[in-house]
Every structure is written in structure tokens, then in C-alpha cells.
Design a protein around this ligand. Structure first.
Ligand SMILES: Cc1ncc(COP(=O)(O)O)c(C=O)c1O
Length: 379
């Protein structure tokens, strides 16, 4: 029985050759940063999301911090779901803001209109909505409308959501700006890297300055903002351009594997898959399965690995941010939805090129591990 990895990074040989040829050309010409490959990556990514502008940066984390700086969060509160990666609240703090953790609906893993409403205070500057696992919550348009009505910004942390949609709209186009990550485990990668998308010309122009040490323009040394070196190198852009071309194929593969999981898991007791809402397409960065109370997640994962060679990835996320020591001073009260979402789910392996036989092996492993969970031990 072959081992099933938690995730796989797919860069086919023909793509590797093409990437190396592009890198060779960069080395030959000396255009090593903010050059033609970065421009192409930006244009192609803007086209993917249907955004007017895209700004390539060196990480998903800087793709969050830059728009937060442009939007001016200094001394103000930003609402962030607690079940997110460290970088979401950390970017708010680095941009000079204060984090207000909000609860989520454990059925969607996302902020709801109600949890946003409850978290708003007179100090609120805006909301960061995170599309966990590539799922775009059906409440996203209502949250966007609420933010517009209240004069709050909505920033989407779409680090997980390349190619996800709700209705006819791409993830990343519901708020004033959005950030994407190209970290290696993501649906597409550039090695390291990130992208900001926006339709707002001011955000675009200022983001270009923040990305490059706050310089007024690329060729000047006149610094108008407290920027940083958030540039993406041409070598990373070469990988990004290639991976973006593969994205439609990656999405087809992931969605097929996800559909196979969904039909095979239907009869299994003890779990509920978290699926995109009607009219929404996930990129299935993660295939999230909620577990019934009482199932020991760590033991379940160990059983699957030891008896069937199936590795499950880390959760999204295991510990909510309001329980992380570094954010202790921002914990304002109980967040039962985030605790439930974080405490009771697993992520099944999904990757481009995953075969039906591999899906079957995962489902068999999960089914027998769940049975073992329900069988009282003799000890
Ligand atoms: C939800 C979320 N936001 C932001 C980031 C930060 O992206 P990066 O690792 O590219 O800085 C990640 C990365 O894993 C993420 O999962």
C-alpha cells in the first residue's frame, strides 16, 4: 500500500525547464527584481481575479500588511477571525493597529454578518475576512455591504483561495483589496511570494511605494512612506508565472478529488464535510471534515498514519489565535465558534494529480480509524 502524503508540490518537468530558461534570461540581462516577469505575473494574476490592479510582493504576510498600512489602521481596531494563521493578526499589529478577535460560524469556518456586527466598536477601522481552506462564505457579500454601510474597510485574506469563487465573483474581489500567498504548500506557489489585488487606484499607487522602501517612484531615492523591502525577485516571479498557467489544471484535479471524497463520505458516521455553498466553487486548498464531539483527533490521525500510511496535514487551524500566548492581551472573551471550528476538524489530503485509488485509500483509512474510535478499548 503506497503512502499518501498530506500535500504535494507539483511542478512538472516541462515547467521546470521553462522556469529555468526564464531564470537564465533574467541572469543574462541582469533584470533580477521588479522586472518583466514580475509585471507579467501581476497582469496574469489580475486577469485571474478580474481585478484592475495586482501588486506582487515577497510574501502573503506583506500582502496583508501593505494594504493595512495604506488603509490607515494605526491606533484603531481591526476585526479578525480567531481561527486564522498567525500572519493575519500579526500584520494588523505590524501596521500599527489593534486586533479585535471575532467569532466564526463553525459550519463555514468564517466570520458571519452576526459575529462581525457583534465585534464592531466605535474604534473599528475595518474587517479582515479569511477564506479558510479556499471556502468563500455565502455571507461574504452581506459582510461587504455591511462594511460599506458603516464606513469600514473589508480586506480579504485570500492566502488560501486562488481560483475560488462565489457567484460569478472571484475570491479577492469582495472588499477594497485582498492578499494572496504563494508559500510552497498553497494551491500555486512561487517559492515564496504574495499578491495584493485591488480595483482602487490609490491603494495600488501607495502599495507600489510601500513595497519598495516607501520610495516615491522606482528610480528615485525620495522616500514618502515608511515602506520596507517587500519586493518579489524575478526568480520567484518566474516560478509564479509558470504555476499560474497550471492553475486551471490544478483546480480541475483538486475539485475532482473533492467530489470523489464528498460522494464516498456520504454514508460515514461521525463526520460532516465542510463544503462550498451553492453557487460557490472552492479551490479545495483543504478538504475540511468536521468531527463529531468525542472523537480524539490526534489518535485518529495517528491510526490513519500507522495502519494505512495516510498522512493528514495540519489543521486550519488547531489553536485559535485568541488562545495563542503572543496575542493574549487581545483576547476579549469566549469565542465558542472558533474553539469548535479549530478543535473538531481534520483536513484530508488533496493535491493536483491525486488519483481515485488514492482517494479510496484515504476514505478506507478514515472509515476504519473512525470505527476504532467508536470501539471501546479492552484495556
Ligand atoms: C490565512 C493566511 N494568511 C496569511 C498567510 C501568510 O502567507 P505567507 O506565508 O506567504 O507569508 C498564510 C500563510 O500560510 C495564511 O495561511
Amino acid at each position: 500500500m503506497p503512502n499518501i502524503p498530506a500535500a504535494k508540490i507539483v511542478i512538472p518537468e516541462s515547467d521546470r525547464r521553462e522556469i529555468l530558461a526564464r531564470i537564465d534570461e533574467s541572469l543574462r540581462t541582469g533584470a533580477l527584481t521588479l522586472g518583466p516577469l514580475t509585471k507579467q505575473f501581476e497582469q496574469d494574476f489580475a486577469a485571474l481575479t478580474g481585478s484592475r490592479y495586482a501588486i506582487a510582493v515577497n510574501s502573503g504576510t506583506s500582502a496583508l500588511e501593505i494594504p493595512l498600512r495604506v488603509l490607515g489602521v494605526e491606533g484603531r481596531e481591526v476585526i479578525v477571525p480567531s481561527n486564522t494563521f498567525f500572519a493575519t493578526p500579526a500584520a494588523v499589529l505590524h501596521a500599527g493597529g489593534r486586533v479585535r478577535f471575532a467569532d466564526v460560524d463553525p459550519r463555514t469556518f468564517a466570520l458571519s454578518l452576526e459575529t462581525v456586527r457583534r465585534a464592531v466598536t466605535p474604534q473599528t477601522a475595518g474587517v479582515v475576512l479569511v477564506h479558510i481552506g479556499g471556502l468563500v462564505s455565502p455571507e461574504t457579500p452581506a459582510i461587504a455591504a455591511f462594511c460599506r454601510e458603516k464606513g469600514l474597510f473589508l480586506l480579504e485574506d485570500a492566502a488560501h483561495a486562488h481560483g475560488s469563487t462565489l457567484g460569478q465573483k472571484s475570491a479577492g474581489t469582495f472588499g477594497v483589496a485582498a492578499s494572496f500567498s504563494f508559500y510552497p504548500t498553497k494551491v500555486m506557489t512561487s517559492g515564496e511570494g504574495g499578491m495584493i489585488v485591488t480595483d482602487d487606484e490609490r491603494i495600488y499607487r501607495e502599495a507600489l511605494q510601500y513595497r519598495d522602501q516607501g520610495k516615491e517612484g522606482f528610480t528615485t531615492n525620495f522616500h514618502v512612506r515608511l515602506g520596507y523591502n517587500w519586493r518579489l525577485s524575478e526568480l520567484h516571479a518566474a516560478v509564479g508565472v509558470s504555476q499560474l498557467k497550471r492553475l486551471p489544471e490544478f483546480l480541475t484535479d483538486r475539485r475532482r478529488a473533492a467530489d470523489e471524497y464528498t460522494s464516498r463520505l456520504r454514508g460515514l458516521k461521525g463526520l460532516t464535510p465542510v463544503l462550498p455553498a451553492a453557487g460557490s466553487l472552492s479551490n479545495f486548498y483543504k478538504y475540511i471534515v468536521r468531527l463529531e464531539p468525542g472523537i480524539d483527533r490526534a489518535r485518529l490521525k495517528k491510526t490513519m498514519k500507522e495502519t494505512s500510511g495516510v498522512s493528514l496535514s495540519g489543521e486550519v487551524y488547531e489553536i485559535p489565535c485568541h488562545r495563542q500566548p503572543v496575542f493574549a492581551s487581545y483576547a476579549t472573551g469566549p469565542l465558542p465558534g472558533a474553539d469548535e471550528a479549530c478543535g473538531r476538524h481534520i483536513c484530508l489530503p488533496v493535491y493536483a494529480g491525486m488519483t481515485t485509488a488514492e482517494v479510496d485509500q484515504v476514505v478506507r483509512a478514515l472509515s476504519s480509524a473512525l470505527k476504532a474510535e467508536r470501539t471501546p478499548s479492552c484495556a
